[in-house]
Design a protein around this ligand. Sequence first.
Ligand SMILES: Cc1cc2nc3c(=O)[nH]c(=O)nc-3n(C[C@H](O)[C@H](O)[C@H](O)COP(=O)(O)OP(=O)(O)OC[C@H]3O[C@@H](n4cnc5c(N)ncnc54)[C@H](O)[C@@H]3O)c2cc1C
Length: 506
Amino acid sequence: MEAIESDFLVIGAGVAGLYAALRAAEHGSVCLLTKTSLSETNSAWAQGGIAAALDESDSPQLHREDTLRAGRGLCDERAVDVLVREGPQCIKELENLGVRFDRTPFGYELGREGGHSRRRIVHAGGSSTGQRLVARLSELIVQNPQIRLVEHAPVVELLTSDGVCVGARALCDGRSQIVLARVTILATGGAAALYQRTTNPPGTTGEGIALAYRAGAELADLEFIQFHPTALAVPTARSFLITEAVRGEGAYLLNAQGERFMLKYDERAELAPRDVVARAIFEEMRATGTDHVFLSLRHLDPTLVRTRFANIYEACLHYGLDLTRDLIPVAPAAHYTIGGVRTDLWGETTVKNLFAIGEVSCTGVHGANRLASNSLLECLVFARRAVAAAVRLAPPLLKKRSFVACEAPQSDPHSLEQIKQIMTRYVGLVRDREGLERALRELSALPTDQALIARLIAQSALVRTESRGVHIRSDFPHEDPKLQAHTIVQKDRPIRWEKNLQMGSP
Ligand SMILES: Cc1cc2nc3c(=O)[nH]c(=O)nc-3n(C[C@H](O)[C@H](O)[C@H](O)COP(=O)(O)OP(=O)(O)OC[C@H]3O[C@@H](n4cnc5c(N)ncnc54)[C@H](O)[C@@H]3O)c2cc1C
């Protein structure tokens, strides 16, 4: 097949990739590759909404403070500043693109979620925010003549020339397709589907992290995998997420004995940050010998529950549970990959002309614990920045075929099941040295790309001998001030620690 040549190559079509492609199309030709269809992304599943300081009683400063508090000393303050200051502008831009957020006669209908001191979550169609957002951005993508969209085209390697990224190789209908581009933007999402219980779509196995690693990029903070506290725990159901916006509206948690327990763990009770709530649920399940606790919405206005959380209400009904009348069994499930490809404040990675945005990246905004609804915001803010930086950079298109391909990855559905078992058993919500070492031994026997990512997560978790944010070590239960630093992983180098994540960006 002849190579495709494009100014921008965007890999991944979640909110980060879609938004980047649209903005890049204002400056040149764009090739947008996605291994799934446009509607099959984490982004389309997002429920709660997008956090942004839009209300008069709110401010970027307050949003910043909440984000830093949740991040347990590991947020990059400059990245957080960028996030909270540029966030409101992104919401306005989405509205200009035709996204309709829910409103009251007085302004945005703002939701509240754990760790936020204000109501600041904008949403669309109640808890269908992701679906609405993806639908509108996708509509614009397919109408845009500057964008060449190729669905069901997994990228299997990044191409480099003298250490500079010059494009990628994808599989289209099983055949190799080279795409050469001035700038490559990785927007491939996270890796939470490497666990058995996950809120993510099955394909979310961190391929972009492996692509970047093989191309020589630095990865950061991989040990921080966020578990969402309240995924539906019904044997016949996949781990369907029940957004914490329901707790924002007053829903509370009960243990197997029917007792409220969150106040024992944190004065913010059900609205404490996710790491605190997930850990409390884990402790209650262990104390009562059960594999779930309950979420109660029975005391809330049934009309509000049915309208504000319509898709969750319908999903639960499907499993014979009525949100307005029944106690809903829930348990933590792997949800979000906080670490990823290390970037500067403009999304550029340590490989020249390779950018990373959205969940695949590690910009430092989440620290050791992501604040709810900050991730879609991160996708938007840093997609916008990455395109701006790429336009400034304007590198030439490499036409001669002097690039080298990074090793091609392998995947195998059978070993993916094994990896999920290992990750769930030994690299889950609570870890210890013995389990992590065992995970590493078992994973080393598996040659696939997913096993590589799983190993990097386990190695990073092993060296972080403390509990911080979402990383909980039963053998090191406290934070260690000496480890208030980032783990950095790079091919052919031992793991190292760095105090600052940001690399002196403009
Ligand atoms: C159930 C659920 C609810 C959530 N709710 C919220 C919320 O309310 N608010 C919030 O802020 N966040 C929420 N999140 C998190 C948020 O949705 C994600 O962090 C965000 O959508 C990630 O977007 P992304 O564009 O980085 O990646 P994704 O949306 O995951 O998209 C990744 C894209 O990359 C493609 N891809 C992957 N590998 C390859 C490859 N090798 N080649 C080509 N393409 C590839 C995929 O096909 C896909 O198109 C939620 C997540 C889940 C799972």
